[in-house]
Design a protein around this ligand. Structure first.
Ligand code: NAG
Ligand code: NAG
Ligand code: NAG
Ligand code: NAG
Ligand code: NAG
Length: 910
């Protein structure tokens, strides 16, 4: 655990010693986000660019939607009944699992008029809020579904008979099982006929609850207290069968995942923290203390950060538990973003179930402590803990002491767990950092599958869906994560609300959104038209069938698929492919243009990892040549002159397995139109590029891998990636100015050797292709804007001769609107920075030290009841590593540095 920062070494000038608090630099590092650290983040970490992109219109995905019905956000898969159950707005559907466009059944569930009226009277919208959003669909038994809907902000549950697909009209109270608000996040899981949920218990959504409903036992719930749950946003819950074959008679556990507002760190706004919480399945509540409340509720912080950069992903959006028969081998996948959505980074972190259990079974507790009579803060509890361990499930050892159920637990244990639901030790991800980082996307959903490839190894395939309806498929290899493809799953750019994987090997994904349900295969092998493309995709589902000469899905059993005829190399070593047959050399695509006109030679390489290389007459083309524009998809030659005639080749150079694989994508023979044959139509012969690649030059087709392997790439399929040749037939030279001004995409920088030597293509960042818009530019702009704002405010304050005190008042006034931390931040910061403004070298200081200084300026905001940084005698040694840091010279730092961890519950009534 290298999570400790020098901050932790601080001591307290109170009657209490401040113990080490892990991750206490979180608030600080989060601030680093605004300060350009981000620029660094985007160049570090296991980020991955999807190799291929598939458009929605090219895929023929099976879709379902019913006119007039929206919000298909609840999905339940029943492999047994071969059905996909869909909960939408006012309707439940049963779809065919093999083809979701086939609707087997449906039932409508509307809200009666009186309920709607009651709902609108409370100020909710009749058109959107006061409807019945079906949000819970759980299998109760083989014939019955348990369903709940928001029912016009008055949740109700019912039973759905699957035999006749009718609601039984039992209409049970749905409070605590389903959210009131259709937009509020919540989670449920049915375990052995008992419904576990995490949601809000009241109309306002202000009373969070984790509860269990069962027919045989009484309702069990969380204590209503911010130390148990503080404005949580639930994302997932599931059972881990730890009780099965447990040697010590331990119990099964239900794990919850949510983001909540931190109590242990204070921040200028609300600092969000991702949590993992658990309860024991056998919990019955306490006898006197914690009556009908969980006696086993404990929660811990889920860390997803890049320690080397102090960058924290602190909002969890979805979780997938990749289960194993032995729970110890189970791993938890979570998708995270940062609290500041504009950062545009998503991360996937993976947790080991063994280490999760270790934290809950042996971790230290956090304790609320009052300091200086006014503040409460959370510190690590190092005292004696009562026995049996508070929050633990009943095991054989307890049973030996005649404690057979939670009802028999001693009051001491129960009181302790009631006051200490938070554990001090965090759950750290495997390898201490994200498994995957994606730029410019917001992941909303995740599903993970184990796939046994032809090499006999098992790989984890991660499917992540975004708020723009895109699916990413990434494979975890030893060398790092490889993102095989991105798929535009949804027609509209809307969030994927639910993502489900079919049973192992069935090969389908189901995605629910506001406008419909989409069924997608887990692989698109048939999109790869050559062996090289198939192998370079590094997709464990796909292999090249030498018999049928097609890229096939190895999990789709077909008669003529014999394993020995399949070629797969997950390192992407395309040398395993059979040599391409030599082709006739004469059959280039002939392009004839008038002298002085322009020619556009298309070349679309579908792999985002590949670079494009143009050769003319066998030597590499650079933009130094006149009137050339090398673009992502084509080569544009302005004003064709006689010396421009020749053989033009477009090559794709893709790195994999430590080699560069070069493939010839298109060949053109450019000729000037002879003056006598002035019939204009002759120049516009258009060929499909498939023709070309079939007719590859034999010189190059024998070259392999690092020595400029030339492969025939039929990769330019009918999807219009290479549409053919378009000729600009203007007889005038385009004005030079426009030529030069339209050359910013200059890509070639290193002219590789010709012929058989290793082609060294342009130093083009592949991500630039994929992302289209350059992220860092925008960030830099933001940073500059921010800095400019700061300077303006600074000079204004300077002029007005303000002192820190007015700032504090200003900050207090603004504290009421925590949802807009930035204005508050700027306003306050400018005030605080003011005393330093006389220093001429302030800007320089900021530049050198910005990342550390701003947090300091912030940390002392908000306590107007006390002199600034009232606990300010705390020593701050080692807070910043360089002791001679310029910040040390600044007057206010002496006060403010000293309050690194703020006082969480200061104004929270208990
Ligand atoms: C329901 O779907 C509509 C139409 O797409 C959308 O505008 C609305 O935000 C959705 N509501 C919820 C609660 O998801
Ligand atoms: C989880 O951690 C345990 C102990 O640290 C280790 O033995 C096990 O291999 C890990 N499992 C995974 C899937 O990483
Ligand atoms: C991610 O979500 C945030 C907030 O919802 C939004 O501001 C941002 O533009 C999104 N980013 C992308 C790349 O979609
Ligand atoms: C290519 O070679 C031909 C003759 O072999 C020559 O006329 C032409 O100018 C060359 N083209 C270029 C661009 O070098
Ligand atoms: C592959 O090409 C890149 C330039 O695009 C070069 O930096 C790298 O060294 C090459 N790798 C091999 C193995 O030749």
């Amino acid at each position: 655990m290298n999570q400790y920062s020098p901050l932790d070494a601080m001591t307290y000038k109170g009657n209490l010693t401040l113990p080490k608090v892990p991750e206490s630099n979180m608030a600080l590092s989060v601030l680093g986000v605004f300060l350009g650290l981000l620029l660094e983040v985007s160049t570090h970490g296991p980020s991955s660019v999807p190799r291929s992109s598939w458009k929605h219109e090219d895929l023929n995905l099976v879709e379902f939607s019913e006119s007039g019905v929206f919000n298909y956000s609840t999905l339940l898969l029943s492999e047994e009944r071969e059905a996909l159950y869909v909960g939408a707005r006012e309707a439940i559907f049963e779809l065919n699992i093999h083809n979701v466009s086939i609707k087997n059944n449906q039932v409508l569930w509307k809200v009666p008029e009186p309920h709607i009226n009651k709902c609108t009277l409370k100020g909710k919208s009749k058109e959107t809020d006061c409807l019945n959003y079906i949000r819970v669909l759980q299998m109760l038994n083989k014939e019955t579904l348990y369903v709940c809907g928001t029912h016009a902000f008055q949740p109700f549950c019912d039973y759905l008979n699957l035999t006749d697909f009718k609601l039984m009209n039992k209409q049970e109270d749905g409070r605590g099982k389903c959210s009131f608000d259709p937009a509020q996040s919540f989670t449920t899981v049915m375990v052995d006929g008992e419904l576990y949920s995490g949601t809000a218990y009241n109309f306002l959504g202000s009373e969070p609850i984790i509860s269990r409903y069962s027919l045989s036992q009484s309702l069990l719930r969380t204590e209503y207290s911010t130390s148990w749950l503080n404005e949580p946003s639930f994302v997932f819950a599931d059972v881990i069968r730890e009780g099965r074959n447990s040697a010590d008679g331990d119990d099964d556990k239900i794990y919850y995942f949510f983001t909540e507002v931190s109590v242990e760190y204070e921040f200028f706004g609300k600092l969000l923290i991702p949590r993992i919480a658990r309860v024991c399945k056998g919990d019955l509540g306490g006898q006197r203390t914690l009556q009908k409340k969980w006696t086993s509720f404990l929660k811990a912080k889920l860390v997803c950060s890049m320690p080397e950069l102090n960058f924290v992903f602190n909002v969890i959006h979805d979780v997938f538990i990749l289960k194993s028969p032995d729970w110890r081998e189970t791993v938890i996948y979570g998708v995270f973003t940062s609290q500041w959505g504009n950062v545009g980074l998503s991360a996937v972190c993976v947790y080991n179930m063994t280490s999760v259990d270790e934290v809950f079974s042996n971790g230290k507790y956090m304790q609320k402590a009052t300091v200086e009579q006014s503040h409460t803060k959370w510190v690590r509890y190092n005292g004696m803990t009562p026995s049996p361990r508070p929050g633990a499930c009943i095991n054989n050892q307890n049973r030996l002491q005649n404690i057979n159920s939670s009802l028999l637990l001693p009051d001491k244990t129960l009181q302790f767990v009631k006051d200490h639901p938070l554990l001090a030790d965090p759950v750290l991800p495997i390898s201490n950092g994200p498994r995957l980082i994606a730029k410019n996307v917001n992941y909303t959903q995740i599903a993970v599958e184990r796939v046994t490839a032809l090499d006999g190894n098992v790989y984890h395939v991660i499917f992540t869906a975004t708020d723009k309806g895109v699916l990413h498929k990434s494979v975890v290899y030893e060398s790092g994560v490889h993102t095989v493809e991105e798929v535009q799953l949804l027609k509209k750019q809307e969030p994927v609300k639910t993502l489900l994987l079919s049973k192992q090997g069935a090969g389908f994904l189901y995605a629910g959104s506001d406008s419909g349900v989409v069924q997608s295969p887990t692989a698109f092998c048939d999109k790869y038209l050559s062996c090289e493309d198939c192998v370079l995709s590094r997709d464990p589902y796909c292999a090249w069938n030498t018999h049928s000469t097609s890229c096939v899905n190895v999990f789709q059993k077909s008669e003529n698929t014999q394993k020995r005829k399949l070629i797969q190399n997950l390192r992407g070593d395309a040398d395993v492919c059979p040599s391409a047959r030599p082709r006739m050399m004469e059959n280039y695509q002939h392009v004839v243009v008038k002298p002085g006109s322009s020619a556009e030679l298309p070349c679309r390489v579908r792999s985002h990892l590949a670079q494009i290389l143009w050769k003319v007459n066998g030597s590499v083309l650079t933009e130094a040549s006149h009137f050339l524009l090398i673009r992502d998809t084509s080569l544009l030659i302005y004003s064709v002159a006689p010396e421009d005639q020749g053989r033009y080749e477009c090559w794709s150079v893709e790195p994999a397995s430590g080699k560069n694989f070069s493939r010839l994508v298109a060949v053109y023979e450019l000729k000037l139109e002879l003056l006598e044959s002035s019939e204009s139509s002759s120049s516009s012969r258009v060929f499909s590029s498939i023709d070309i690649v079939e007719e590859i030059n034999p010189d190059t087709s024998t070259l392999r891998s690092t020595s400029a392997a030339a492969k025939d790439d039929k990769g330019n399929d009918s999807n219009g990636h290479t549409a053919g040749i378009s000729l600009l037939t203007s007889t005038e030279k385009p004005p030079l100015t426009s030529t030069s001004s339209s050359k910013p995409h200059s890509k070639l920088s290193i002219p590789p050797e010709t012929g058989d030597t290793n082609p060294r293509p342009e130093t083009l960042d592949p991500s630039a292709k994929y992302l289209q818009n350059d992220n860092s530019g925008a960030l830099l702009f933001l940073f500059l804007l921010f800095f400019l704002l700061f300077l303006c405010a600074l000079s204004y304050n300077c002029y007005m001769q303000y002192l820190p005190a007015p700032c504090l008042r200003l900050r207090t006034a603004l504290l009421g609107s925590p949802k807009k931390p930035q204005p508050e931040y700027i306003a306050c910061e400018s005030g605080l920075m003011e005393p330093v403004s006389e220093k001429p070298d302030l800007t320089e200081q900021l530049q050198q030290n910005g990342a550390q200084q701003r947090p300091q300026a912030l940390r002392d905001t908000g306590y107007e009841t006390e002199p600034e940084c009232g606990n300010g005698k705390i020593q701050s040694h080692g807070y910043e590593e360089p002791d001679d840091s310029p910040s040390k010279q600044r007057p206010f730092d002496i006060d403010c540095e000293s309050q690194p961890i703020e006082y969480a519950d200061a104004d929270v009534p208990y």
